[in-house]
Ligand binder design. Structure first.
Ligand code: SAM
Length: 274
């Protein structure tokens, strides 16, 4: 059972992480999602949007099934990690790559539990995913927006909190994504990026078997679409490990960066302050 006992900064501290990874002062090369068949960043983004739009009708069902409903705990735990910001009605909050809306709903519930109603915007570039989010939103005052996370339609310093759950990994350029998040955060604002990781040890071996072979097979059969569930494990393998991701966040300007593993590191929350 997941608990939320860690403090706001229980994590791999930045400098220790860099030392362990042996990261040099050289700027890291640009990396981002690269689905099969994509030759450049715009091709990758187009393919990601196409895949999520194709699986949108079965996305929620498969998400809960393949994660054994642990995804719900991860969203809730992420929202709780930012309760100090969500407790204020004058906070402005942006959920990037919102998909069918579950992270945004968790943020909203957390705010409500603290008696607050912050302005909450949720954004995705897949129309089909947003259609489902709107259908699920049942009158909650969330503003849904169809836009690209790499070209946010907001002025600098617009948001106190920016989250992204399982979306950031799909960006075609991670550094550009971090720069854009940093740009639209207010000074002192916070970012929370929840995404998959690769657990180590014996559990890691079992998990990799499940994630690379069983999950894509079930996902492909139930969604009826071949590409997206084969792309999922390869996108996690491409995603920088925690030490490198923290280094990239710091290079984008974030301070107080840290990573908190969830469920033995199957997922984890990256945090940083502008
Ligand atoms: C795995 S889903 C996650 C959805 C939701 N946040 C969740 O936790 O279930 C990834 C989402 O990121 C969106 N996405 C990927 N790249 C994007 C981009 N550049 N701009 C906006 N949305 C993007 C996809 O359309 C998809 O809905």
């Amino acid at each position: 059972m997941e608990t939320d006992r860690e403090g706001p900064r229980s994590s791999i501290p930045m400098r220790e992480a860099s030392a362990r990874a042996g990261i040099s002062a050289e700027p890291p090369r640009a990396v981002g999602a690269k689905p099969a068949g994509a030759n450049d960043e715009s091709g990758a983004a187009g393919e990601v949007r196409r895949m999520f739009s194709l699986i949108a009708p079965r996305y929620d069902f498969l998400n809960h099934l393949l994660s054994l409903n642990i995804d719900k705990l991860w969203w809730r735990r992420t929202a709780r990690a930012f309760s100090h910001l969500l407790a204020h009605s004058d906070s402005t909050v942006l959920d990037l790559c919102c998909g069918t809306g579950d992270m945004a709903f968790a943020l909203w519930r957390q705010a409500q539990s603290r008696g607050a109603e912050p302005a909450l915007v949720a954004l995705d570039f897949s129309h089909a995913m947003l259609v489902r989010a709107v259908a699920k939103s049942k009158g909650r005052p969330i503003r849904w927006l169809e836009a690209d996370a790499l070209r946010l339609p907001f002025r600098d310093q617009s948001f106190r909190l920016i989250t992204s759950a399982f979306g950031f990994r799909n960006l075609a350029n991670y550094d550009a994504g971090l720069r854009e998040i940093y740009r639209v955060l207010t000074p002192g604002g916070e970012a929370g990026i929840l995404d998959f990781g690769e657990p180590q040890g014996p559990l890691g071996r079992f998990y990799r078997l499940y994630f690379r072979h069983i999950l894509p097979a079930i996902g492909t059969v139930i969604s009826g679409v071949r590409g997206p569930y084969a792309y999922l494990p390869s996108s996690v393998e491409r995603f920088p490990p925690p030490e490198e991701m923290l280094e990239r966040m710091r290079r984008a300007g974030f301070r107080n960066t840290g990573w908190t593993p969830y469920t033995f590191g199957i997922a984890g929350l990256y945090r940083g302050v502008k």
